[in-house]
Design a protein around this ligand. Structure first.
Ligand SMILES: [Zn+2]
Length: 287
């Protein structure tokens, strides 16, 4: 059994002999996903049928240390994963593994395959060799090349964020309540009708402190979208509360607006005025 329920599903498939040859795994935390994936790989290969955690066998230890020859973890070399990295992988995996059951590759930041490396990789996944298992690990499957995506089984590994309420020093129950109002508030902010958006939020939260907290969360929401767009690790849970569709420039503009609004709140400016300014500026940056 693995702690990660999604990967446990894969372990069960392995036991039923139903593993696919390539998996695309989208995650909001590449490092944790990689660690969990390595645990799965130990299960697949361990000669002691993995008594967790296995410290007995050399194989599991080598996986922990990234030293098992039949496990290749490929990361971008600079900005992209390069063709020679894929060619090297192919050469190394042209022989069957000596110590383990599988030859396994993990492409970390798989969205960073450039066109020639993706092409080289494509031939690899199109004609799968028995005994070779692949994992394409990405923080954003939307920008992965379709031809590769379509040849993989897709899984999503979502990890809880390092609790934003702790970072922002907001009590968890309040944080949960704020999260409930943010989507409807933002929808009103974006709608073109002249509406009593201020009342929606001020009726519920007349205290300045609450509004400040809410805007801190909104800032993080946009910040996480920004991270998603530039392909860095982001907080999925936050993004899911209010899906945005803006591009990088628009998100950057809005981050500036929100940061300014939060600064204004620390001055002695009426909260109603600040909320008005927020709506006007958010709509303005839409054009
Ligand atoms: Zn072991």
């Amino acid at each position: 059994m693995l702690e990660n329920t999604i990967l446990n599903e894969l372990l069960n498939k392995y036991r039923e002999n139903k593993l696919a040859h390539a998996y695309l795994i989208e995650t909001n935390n590449l490092e944790k996903a990689l660690l969990d994936l390595k645990e799965l790989i130990k299960h697949l290969n361990c000669e002691n049928s993995y008594a967790s955690p296995c410290t007995k066998c050399n194989l599991c230890n080598l996986i922990t240390l990234n030293n098992l020859p039949s496990l290749k973890i490929i990361e971008p070399d600079g900005q992209t994963i390069k063709k020679n990295q894929i060619e090297e992988l192919k050469t190394e995996f042209s022989t069957i593994p000596i110590y383990s059951k599988f030859n396994i590759y993990i492409l970390k930041n798989a969205e960073k395959l450039n066109s020639s490396s993706a092409n080289a990789m494509l031939k690899f996944v199109e004609e799968p060799t028995p005994g070779i298992l692949g994992f394409f690990l990405t923080s954003n499957k939307d920008i992965m090349i379709d031809t590769i995506k379509s040849r993989c089984e897709l899984y999503t590994l979502t990890y809880p964020s390092d609790s934003l309420c702790t970072t922002l020093n907001i009590p968890p129950n309040l944080y949960a309540d704020y999260l409930k109002i943010i989507p409807s508030y933002l929808r009103e902010v974006y709608s073109n009708k002249i509406i009593n958006h201020k009342k929606t939020i001020l009726n519920l939260y007349p205290e300045r402190k609450d509004i400040e907290n809410i805007f801190q969360i909104i800032l993080h929401l946009y910040h996480n979208y920004f991270l998603k767009l530039i392909n860095k690790e982001y907080d999925n849970t936050l993004i899911n509360i209010y899906p945005l569709t803006e591009n990088l420039t628009q998100i950057s503009q809005k981050l500036q607006i929100i940061t300014q609004i939060i600064t204004n709140m620390s001055y002695n400016i009426s909260i109603e005025l600040i909320l008005d300014k927020f709506v006007l500026e958010m709509r303005g940056s839409y054009e």
